[in-house]
Design a protein around this ligand. Structure first.
Ligand SMILES: C[S@@+](CC[C@H](N)C(=O)[O-])C[C@H]1O[C@@H](n2cnc3c(N)ncnc32)[C@H](O)[C@@H]1O
Length: 200
């Protein structure tokens, strides 16, 4: 083997650099958001969608839509509702937009945005697979913006101070729970260390 056998030709070098830059971009955004673009599997998606009501009034959001798989599944299940995937990481977002250009779903759209900056007042439901830190920032946003009755289904991570109205573990979802909450309808547990009402 000679040194020239090991040298990359132009096309190989471009492919390698593209893959490297793509990987760095994905890792960089995962560090920025604190959430990697790990997709839910088909079984988990189906279980999450089963926790949503039969009929939903309003937009269905996938908060952190990653590569788009869960949002596509929601758009198929609810053809009469607008489904919006919100994703900050450029490559997963671009991938989902390309998939949407190929498999056209008239009720589905993807927005490249920070989910914390997107108003949720038109939401009828939201699904998410995030991480504990952003879940705790999302809870007060949903309380402030989402209409009472909006259903939120989260895979794997719970809202610390909200009590879910349902939780299930599916074989396909692995050893992790799926939680369902209803905005305005669920009891809220006191914050740790909060003082109880006078005299109690
Ligand atoms: C674990 S993936 C889930 C993808 C998809 N929902 C699914 O279940 O297949 C979570 C996604 O949330 C995105 N994300 C995290 N924080 C975000 C934020 N503040 N705004 C928009 N997207 C965010 C991440 O970039 C990541 O792609």
């Amino acid at each position: 083997m000679t040194p020239s056998d090991l040298a990359l030709d132009g096309a190989e070098a471009i492919t390698l650099v593209t893959l490297l830059l793509g990987g760095l971009l994905i890792v960089g955004y995962a560090l920025r958001t604190g959430v990697p673009p790990m997709p839910t599997g088909p079984g988990t998606r189906a279980a999450m969608l089963r926790l949503l009501p039969e009929r939903i009034d309003g937009t269905i959001y996938d908060l952190g839509s990653g590569w788009g798989g869960l949002a596509f599944a929601a758009a198929r299940r609810y053809p009469g509702n607008p489904v919006v995937g919100i994703e900050l990481s450029p490559l997963p977002w671009l991938f989902s937009r390309v998939m949407l250009a190929v498999f056209r779903y008239p009720n589905l759209s993807f927005r490249r945005a920070d989910l914390m900056a997107v108003p949720l007042n038109d939401a009828g439901a939201a699904v998410c697979y995030l991480m504990p830190a952003i879940m705790q920032r999302l809870a007060p946003k949903l309380d402030a913006e989402a209409r009472p009755g909006t259903v939120v289904v989260s895979y794997s991570f719970a809202f610390d101070r909200w009590v879910p109205d349902a939780a299930l573990m599916e074989a396909d979802a692995g050893p992790l729970l799926i939680y369902r909450y209803t905005v305005g309808r669920r009891p809220v547990t006191p914050a740790p260390g909060a003082s109880s009402p006078a005299g109690t």
